[in-house]
Design a protein around this ligand. Structure first.
Ligand code: PGA
Length: 249
């Protein structure tokens, strides 16, 4: 049984004060969600405030990015050790906005993902095709490349803990969700590709989240699909009311 994960990617929203308010609101609303994991990923500057606010709850903390070195002259970067110390257990790696605006590639994704594991953080590795790629019938080709390059060279113990987020770029922040059938088709393909890389058993344990305009009114149908094990939620994770409805789908 794969335990569902409902993760909120806050992107560049919520200062410390707003973080305390949102986290407190969530704490009271998602307390019953024992059969699923709830993760919030605030901006770096709000991680400490979030860690304090969720204390005593089962909500877990994640970061939105990290660098692959432990320390050094890397101005502006944050190390995995810093994230661990502040209370993170997850880290998002290779979000499409990082690939699009900040030059991340399958190679940097692979480095970060491996470093996350060796530092005791669980990576949520994001993959997904653009609209042009989908319309050009290249969706599977792109997903396969992102997986073969992005998640290669993992030890078995790591591979089974991997979390993938399938986020079609055309569905992010656009209000255009993939249909449950489109999402399931991609998720099944992703699991098959991972089976080719790490074996059937491993692929059966890996959780694959869907992301892209997930809302309270579409989460249930998405979660009804065989290969969808949770969601990575952007916009709808910024209000306690909508995110808790998603968590309690
Ligand atoms: P969205 O973002 O839910 O606002 O579409 C999802 C994401 O980028 O992770």
């Amino acid at each position: 049984m794969r335990k569902p994960i409902l993760a909120g990617n806050w992107k560049m929203f919520k200062n410390t004060q707003e973080t305390r308010e949102l986290a407190a609101g969530l704490k009271s609303k998602v307390a019953q969600a024992g059969d699923r994991e709830v993760v919030i990923c605030p901006p770096f500057t709000s991680l400490a405030a979030a860690a304090a606010a969720i204390q005593g709850s089962s909500i877990k903390l994640g970061a939105q990015n990290m660098y692959w070195e432990d320390k050094g002259a890397f101005t502006g970067e944050i190390s995995p050790g810093m994230l661990k110390e502040i209370g993170c257990s997850y880290v998002i790696v290779g979000h499409s906005e990082r690939r699009q605006y900040f030059g991340e590639t399958d190679e940097t994704v692979n480095r970060k993902m491996k470093k996350a594991f060796s530092s005791g953080l669980l990576p949520i590795v994001c993959i997904g095709e653009t609209l042009a790629e989908r319309e050009g019938n290249a969706t599977f080709k792109v997903l396969e490349r992102q997986l073969r390059e992005g998640i290669k060279d993992l030890a078995a113990a790591e591979a089974k803990q991997l979390v993938i987020a399938y986020e079609p770029v055309w569905a992010i922040g656009t209000g255009k969700t993939a249909t449950p059938q489109q999402a399931e088709e991609a998720h099944a393909f992703i699991r098959k590709t991972i089976a080719g890389m790490y074996g059937e058993q491993m692929a059966g344990e890996i959780r694959i989240l869907y992301g892209g305009s997930v809302k309270p009114d579409n989460i249930k149908e998405l979660m009804g699909q065989a290969d969808i094990d949770g969601a990575l939620v952007g916009g709808a994770s910024l209000e306690a009311d909508s995110f808790s409805k998603i968590v309690n789908y």
